[in-house]
Design a protein around this ligand. Structure first.
Ligand SMILES: Cc1cc2nc3c(=O)[nH]c(=O)nc-3n(C[C@H](O)[C@H](O)[C@H](O)COP(=O)(O)OP(=O)(O)OC[C@H]3O[C@@H](n4cnc5c(N)ncnc54)[C@H](O)[C@@H]3O)c2cc1C
Length: 472
């Protein structure tokens, strides 16, 4: 469906559900609602996944820190979701990754405490990979591990993903089941029978039995559109990441202890090294959050606690905002629970939570909306089935095939199919990255990409080539 038809349908149909916000939570709710037979509209004022959901640490994880906070239930649930995502929902996008936890003599943790925690964490994960590893094995996994004053290292398993693509695939799954989805479509007013949406210079009133507010950091903005007396319900914490060259030969990520309550990560991701994150209170408008020189310096310094001789030449940076329940106290300690609330017109607001548990959050949201007989079993996203039987329509080298299979799963064959007629589509999208021009065509025709940035940042990995330098 093109944008003109989508806008026309938004203005003329009556939906069971209007989902506002196309991050992982809104996209997941739309996917789940359509799977339960609901007539759904999904709008985002920017691109899908342009908020927090392409700015996370890319981990699909139980969350070792939640264990430290005593939240065993949260960890167990998150591990179960990780298994569902890795095995059924998106095995192409969610990959198992070992994590090395180095313990230094001058570090904040007692080794025995961490090793016990890792054992419990691994038991909850039903993983065999756990416990203490020799320095030799640690260096084999992470050749740049700093070893002076290293006491020992623990090893456990989690997973990594491409958060932007995971979100887009949920949007696609919803659209494939008949949802009307439109990006660059902002909700400007909430009314009892739906909401006003502005897109492409037009205003339409979208009628819907229920509205879900899944706007993440903008949650209170939407609540104020519903009720001008709504009191603030959330706090925002800024998390910055930095991407540098490296980690090609790493077999594990590194969890770097920074304090008794904080760790940072060094993660091999999309052929680069992803470092982060920070955790600082953000008090301005969500769109004003940005990356400062101080943030970058902090991240590089914190990485050097455990990594030696990595490149300090920054390829890319990004920042996202965690949504935390309102209230006093440090943001690092704040609980990462999801909070549901219903406003005076019946709008359901869904705040907080993790990328990892998006499926569960979506199901719980539908439960709050009164949807009965929920099917909680995991469903494959587009491309998740037939990964080992892809019939490639054109010749590709093994590295390119691997890259496409990772991003699209078995749909990768459709992405490159037009190259049979136009071989120039097999040329690189940008120099220095494995993405192809065929991916841009596919993004614009099948994945709702409107602007160059939508293609480069959220549907491909081209932005990691440092687009500003490529463009110059
Ligand atoms: C630094 C950081 C690291 C993280 N790392 C991890 C991790 O490794 N693993 C993990 O599981 N979780 C992680 N998380 C948490 C996870 O990223 C978030 O829980 C998740 O992305 C939130 O998704 P969302 O859909 O609620 O919000 P968002 O992705 O921010 O989506 C909200 C959307 O609403 C749209 N919107 C706003 N106002 C309007 C309007 N008026 N009309 C229409 N649309 C509107 C926005 O454009 C936006 O796209 C991390 C979070 C941060 C900040």
């Amino acid at each position: 469906m093109d944008r003109v038809s989508a806008l026309e349908q938004l203005g003329s149909r009556r939906f069971d559900l209007l989902v506002v916000g196309g991050g992982i939570i809104g996209a997941g709710i739309a996917e789940t609602a359509t799977a339960h037979g609901l007539d759904v509209a999904l709008v985002d004022r920017g691109d899908f996944a342009s908020g927090t959901s392409s700015a996370s640490s890319k981990l699909v994880h139980g969350g070792l820190r939640y264990l430290q906070m005593g939240d065993v239930r949260l960890v167990r649930e998150a591990h179960q979701e990780r298994r569902y995502l890795m095995n059924v929902v998106a095995p192409h996008l969610v990959e198992r990754l070992p994590f090395l936890f180095p313990l230094y003599h001058d570090g904040p943790h007692k080794p025995i405490v961490v090793r016990t925690g890792v054992l419990l964490y691994s038991a909850l994960a039903r993983a065999r990979l756990n416990g203490r590893v020799s320095q030799e094995r640690a260096l084999h996994l992470v050749p740049q591990l700093r070893t002076d004053r290293l006491h020992s290292s623990a090893l456990y398993a989690d997973a990594r993903t491409n958060d932007g693509r995971l979100t887009i695939e949920n949007v696609r799954a919803a659209a494939a089941r008949g949802a009307v989805v439109l990006n660059y479509a902002a909700v400007t007013a909430i009314r009892g029978d739906g909401a006003d949406v502005r897109a492409d210079g037009q205003d339409v009133h979208v009628r819907a039995a229920r509205v879900v507010n899944a706007t993440g950091p903008w949650l209170d903005h939407l609540r104020l559109l519903e009720d001008e007396n709504a009191v603030p319900s959330i706090r925002l914490s800024k998390g910055v990441h930095v991407v540098v060259d490296g980690a090609e030969d790493w077999g594990a990520a590194v969890t770097i202890p920074q304090s008794t309550v904080r760790v940072s990560f060094a993660i091999p991701w999309e052929g680069m090294l992803l470092l982060g994150t920070t955790d600082t209170l953000h008090e301005g408008a969500p769109e004003d959050a940005g990356v400062t020189d101080d943030d970058v310096r902090t991240i590089l310094d914190e990485a050097s606690v455990a990594i030696d001789g990595f490149s300090r030449e920054v390829r890319a940076t990004f920042c996202g905002l965690r949504v935390l329940p309102g209230g006093p106290g440090s943001t690092a300690n704040a609980r990462r629970e999801t909070v549901y609330s219903t406003g005076p017109t019946g709008m359901l607001s869904v705040a907080g939570g993790k990328l990892t548990t998006y499926r569960r959050i979506a199901l719980d949201a539908l439960e709050h909306l009164g949807v009965r007989n929920l099917d909680r079993k995991p469903r494959p996203l587009p491309g998740a089935i037939g990964l080992s039987r892809v019939d490639w329509p054109v010749e590709l080298d093994p590295a390119t095939r691997r890259h496409l299979l990772h991003l699209y799963g078995s749909v990768a064959a459709d992405v490159v199919a037009p190259a049979r007629e136009d071989p120039s589509l097999l040329e690189p999208l940008v120099a220095g990255r494995p993405d192809l021009r065929a991916q841009e065509l596919y993004a614009r025709e099948h994945e709702f990409a409107v602007h160059d940035d939508d293609v480069l940042r959220r549907r491909t990995t081209a932005w990691l080539a440092d687009i500003s330098r490529v463009a110059a």
